[in-house]
Design a protein around this ligand. Structure first.
Ligand code: UD1
Length: 339
């Protein structure tokens, strides 16, 4: 069964491609290489032993999307990762974000809704909840006004899919709301490749430990949390990747109860920034230089997932711990820097 993975050379996309191949799917990848590299294709191939079909394609070019789908009309499922994801950049370049994340989604849906089999998995985010009123966060929690154009593209993306599902019964879709994906493949063949100074916590930790950054700034020590630092639900990227395969199988086997479903993907456990640092120090046996500084604008106090729906309805749960994720991220960082 042929599955299209857009953004398949990105961080979560590449790990998902490997898990799809492990389950015997025939994967085709589209990526514009704007935030990824061809080396990732080699990494995927060395893990699975199968080189997936790859096409460098810019989804903003509608005619290219059209011709891709007419060549690959035997695609039975699409997992759509291709999008820009830097919150700060999205504030500075809103139109670029709306074009990259929204126009492309529309073009993909326009073409895929011409296929015989229309199964669609969307890469959404827990950012749609903002600071939720209750923790852990269930899928029924209110969607709060977005704090950034990036966050807004995830909310609008979900609405576009939902509206399309209402008028097109053939389209079956699942939106997956990720909490904080971290870590790398245990083989160290693929992992996260942040360009420039990392904005996310774990790449910043591993780069600091490598000596590339002077020290980590912990944004805020006066939050209403047990140790005063923000709390997040850090999920190992391999667990996250496996959830995509389970979600796709749910659609392919017609197990979905409505043609638009939403699932939270998290561990259910909240960890503070200091706990994340301690986990890193434990697995790396290195002391990390850090300092508690002012809060970062736009950060929420705490977010972690209520996982019962994913566990019981989707039939998936996380297997790897924060320590596993930190350990894999550290191995990956050392490998790419020592190359
Ligand atoms: C961020 C985005 C979120 C996006 C997600 C993708 C913001 C406000 N939110 O989530 O929309 O879906 O990335 O992965 O940017 N921290 C430090 N020092 C650092 C970096 C981070 O203390 O140098 C702290 C942050 O304050 C936060 C935690 O670490 O409490 C995690 O931060 P980060 O990895 O950037 O993820 P989020 O902000 O949760």
């Amino acid at each position: 069964m042929k599955i299209l993975v857009t953004g398949g050379l990105g961080f979560i996309g590449s790990h998902t491609v490997v898990e799809l191949q492990n389950e015997g799917f025939d994967v085709v990848i589209i990526d514009d290489l704007s935030n990824s590299s061809l080396e990732v294709l080699e990494g995927i191939t060395s893990i699975s032993g199968i080189k997936p079909y790859f096409e460098e394609l810019d989804l903003k070019i509608k005619s290219d999307v059209k011709s891709f789908f007419s060549k690959h009309s035997d695609v039975v499922g699409v997992i759509h990762f291709a999008a820009s994801k830097a919150v700060g950049e999205s504030v500075k370049e809103p139109l670029m974000y709306y074009e990259n994340n929204i126009s492309t989604l529309v073009y993909v849906l326009q073409e895929m809704t011409k296929l015989n089999r229309q199964n669609f998995i969307f890469s959404s985010s827990c950012t749609v909840y903002g600071q939720a009123d209750e923790l852990p966060i269930t899928e029924n929690a209110q969607v709060k006004p977005a704090q950034s154009p990036y966050g807004n593209t995830k909310q609008i993306g979900e609405e576009i899919i939902q509206d399309t599902c209402k008028v097109n019964e053939k389209l079956n879709s699942i939106a997956l709301r990720y909490f904080n994906p971290i870590g790398a493949h245990p083989s160290t063949e693929i992992g996260e490749l942040p360009i420039g100074v990392p904005q996310n916590l774990v790449p910043f930790i591993t780069q600091t430990a490598m000596g590339m950054r002077e020290r980590l700034s912990v944004f805020g020590g006066d939050y209403a949390t047990p140790d005063g630092t923000c709390v997040r639900d850090y999920i190992h990227v391999v667990d996250l990747a496996k959830a995509h395969v389970v979600a796709l199988q749910r659609l392919l086997e017609n197990k979905n109860t409505s043609n638009y479903e939403v699932f939270n993907l998290g561990t259910g456990k909240g960890s503070s920034v200091l706990e994340a640092i301690h986990s890193f120090e434990k697995v790396s046996k290195k002391k990390l230089k850090y300092k508690i500084v002012d809060r970062r604008e736009g950060d929420i106090t705490a977010a972690y997932a209520e996982t019962s729906k994913a566990n019981n309805v989707l039939g998936w749960k996380t297997e790897l711990s924060l320590d596993d994720a930190m350990s894999s991220a550290w191995k990956w960082e050392q490998k790419i820097r020592n190359k």
